[in-house]
Design a protein around this ligand. Structure first.
Ligand code: UDP
Ligand code: MG
Length: 313
């Protein structure tokens, strides 16, 4: 029987984890002809998440817990889970029941019919805030304009991946892992199924405001160098415009003499080009910062302990 690994990144999910487990376990039991393992990654939770997971694992030999040494963020937690998963197929799943476990059986069917990736697309995001939906749409539009690697809109980390796909992901050596982009980058035969995204069962989202902004920057810079190249053209256009304007000023001076006032236009031009330069330097900084982090070659996550089996060993 094929082994299916469910990978669950958990960060401060104490309140909802037991309910999540009950729903997940029931969904898995309803799928005929598979073995499974539930691999929970405790991403340095500060609440009782680990204790709650251990209590569940005490009764379920199919549950395995990877405890990270601190909070490394969802992308790293997911990476840790994918590295530890042994399944013939691997399914990352959020611990807040926003990714419905009932979809797993549909995914497995599609996988057994030959798909290597079965991705779940959110057709109804009415439970996410308007702001989140709009910024998400903007991100996908802009990203897919800039990058050759297209990230499908409204598709999250919730998907089934064949062992071949997971192995391909494991070969990508980068430390800063923008998973949505990496998933798209590796390719493979992909099938999409639709679902309505539910509300978070309990607790609060860990991604808001500035965190999402940084996440979006990570996406742009990981998969496109267009933000770096655009300055050549902007600079070229403004150089041509400046040359034309200079020519005009020279002619005007020759024919009409020197016109002393010009304070406003001078100041506007100086400030404008000053800001443009700062923006372009800032963008360079974004990329250089990422190069710097990559060159240090620190691992994406550190494991404190792996618990597997009912003895909690
Ligand atoms: N998560 C994690 N580490 C973090 C933040 C989140 O492992 O630093 C997990 C979290 O426990 C959940 C999943 O990632 O299982 C998705 O997080 P969340 O529901 O907050 O994101 P949203 O659904 O709002 O995008
Ligand atoms: Mg969520």
């Amino acid at each position: 029987m094929p082994l299916v690994s469910i990978v669950v990144p958990c960060f401060n999910e104490e309140a909802g984890i037991a309910t999540f487990y009950t729903v997940l376990d029931a969904s898995l039991r309803s799928v005929a002809g598979i073995n499974w393992e539930i691999l929970c990654v405790d991403d340095g939770s500060a609440d009782g998440t680990l204790a709650a997971l251990l209590a569940l694992a005490a009764h379920d030999p199919r549950m395995k817990i990877v405890e990270l040494s601190r909070n490394f963020g969802k992308e790293a937690a997911l990476t840790a889970g994918l590295d530890a998963a042994r399944g013939d197929a691997v399914i990352p799943l959020d611990a807040d029941l926003q990714d419905p476990p009932s979809l797993i059986s549909v995914m497995i069917e599609a996988w057994q019919a030959g798909a290597e990736v079965v991705q779940a697309r959110r057709v109804d995001r009415s439970h996410d805030s308007l702001m989140k939906r709009q910024t998400a749409t903007l991100f996908y539009r802009l990203h897919n304009r800039l990058s050759k690697i297209k990230i499908p809109e409204n598709v999250g980390d919730f998907r089934l991946m064949d062992r071949a796909v997971v192995n391909a992901l494991k070969r990508l050596p980068e430390r800063q892992r923008f998973m949505k982009g990496l998933f798209a980058w590796v390719g493979f035969r992909t099938v999409t199924i639709d679902y309505a995204r539910a509300e978070r069962a309990s607790g609060a989202t860990k991604f808001s405001g500035f965190a999402l902004w940084n996440f979006a920057l990570e996406g742009f810079t990981s998969f496109s160098t267009a933000p770096l190249k655009v300055w050549t053209y902007l600079g070229g256009i403004s150089a041509i415009a400046t040359f034309a304007y200079g020519f005009y000023i020279v002619l005007r001076t020759v024919f009409f003499g020197i016109d002393v006032p010009g304070y406003a236009s001078l100041l506007v031009a100086v400030l404008f080009f000053g800001s443009i330069q700062l923006i372009s330097i800032g963008l360079l900084g974004e990329y250089i910062g990422r190069i710097y982090v990559e060159t240090k070659q620190r691992p994406a996550y550190i494991i404190r302990k792996i618990y597997s089996g009912p003895e909690g060993t």
